[in-house]
Design a protein around this ligand. Structure first.
Ligand code: URA
Length: 237
């Protein structure tokens, strides 16, 4: 693909287009072994060897971030009142990134953010039944194997159909219980409504995985990182 050198540097997340002026002047950028001082030159991202401080600049059309979403931010690209998950992705980033699906404002954990519409569609399509696993803390009584059976058979959450078979793994059970629930659909407030259907209230919810993508527990709440090539390939199947 042909594009301006300054656009390439910004799209690769190296610097903003205005910062690139400084770096180009300082001689940090070479194209096919020659120092480049102007941002407006056209480069071929497939053929030209572009180095920034000696490191190869690899252009990729798409960006993929894993965010450990904290409570209190909304899964949207913009919002009048609240901070959004996009505000947590360090700049520069592609302008058209968006969260793949929604976590409630009070839900924490794994959120994929990308501008790859095809991957997002494949992960979200109701026909694909992509697994999503949540850590759930509930109150209102012990979570039991009977609840697990109910989730396996499908529960009534007030939709036209019962929920699809889901798997419950009980971690601790008591007045406050902890468990992991894997669901294969993504209805509004689905996990909260499923537990409500068996008489419990979700008091904490965190997504642990989505398809092949597993939350990197070394990410602090509010932190993100780019996906590795392996993670991207695994997600694409
Ligand atoms: N289910 C919920 O109830 N909330 C979420 O944020 C995700 C799944």
């Amino acid at each position: 693909m042909n594009m301006r050198l300054d656009k390439l540097l910004s799209e690769c997340g190296i610097c903003t287009r205005s910062e690139s002026k400084v770096y180009l002047k300082k001689g940090f950028v070479t194209v096919n072994g020659q120092k480049a001082s102007k941002g407006d030159i056209k480069v071929d991202t497939d053929k030209d060897e572009i180095l920034f401080k000696g490191e190869r600049v690899m252009y990729s059309q798409f960006e993929y971030y894993m965010l450990n979403k904290p409570a209190g931010v909304v899964s949207a690209t913009e919002d009048k009142n609240d901070k959004t998950v996009i505000d947590l992705i360090p700049k520069p980033h592609a302008k058209d990134i968006f969260p793949v699906g929604r976590l409630d404002k009070d839900t924490e954990g794994l959120l994929l953010i990308t501008n790859d519409g095809e991957l997002a569609h494949n992960l979200l399509s109701p026909k694909k039944h992509v697994d999503k696993t949540y850590f759930v803390r509930t109150q209102g009584g012990e979570v039991t194997e009977k609840d697990g059976e109910a989730f396996k058979n499908g529960v009534d959450i007030g939709e036209k159909d019962m929920t699809l078979p889901a798997e419950l793994k009980i971690i601790t059970s008591g007045e406050v219980s902890e468990s992991e629930l894997t669901i294969r659909e993504g209805k509004f407030h689905q996990v909260k409504r499923m537990f409500k259907a068996v008489g419990k209230e979700v008091i904490y919810l965190k997504r642990l995985s989505m398809g092949a993508l597993v939350l990197d527990e070394s990410l602090e709440l509010g932190q993100c990182r780019k996906l590795t090539e392996e993670e991207i390939n695994n997600l694409k199947g």
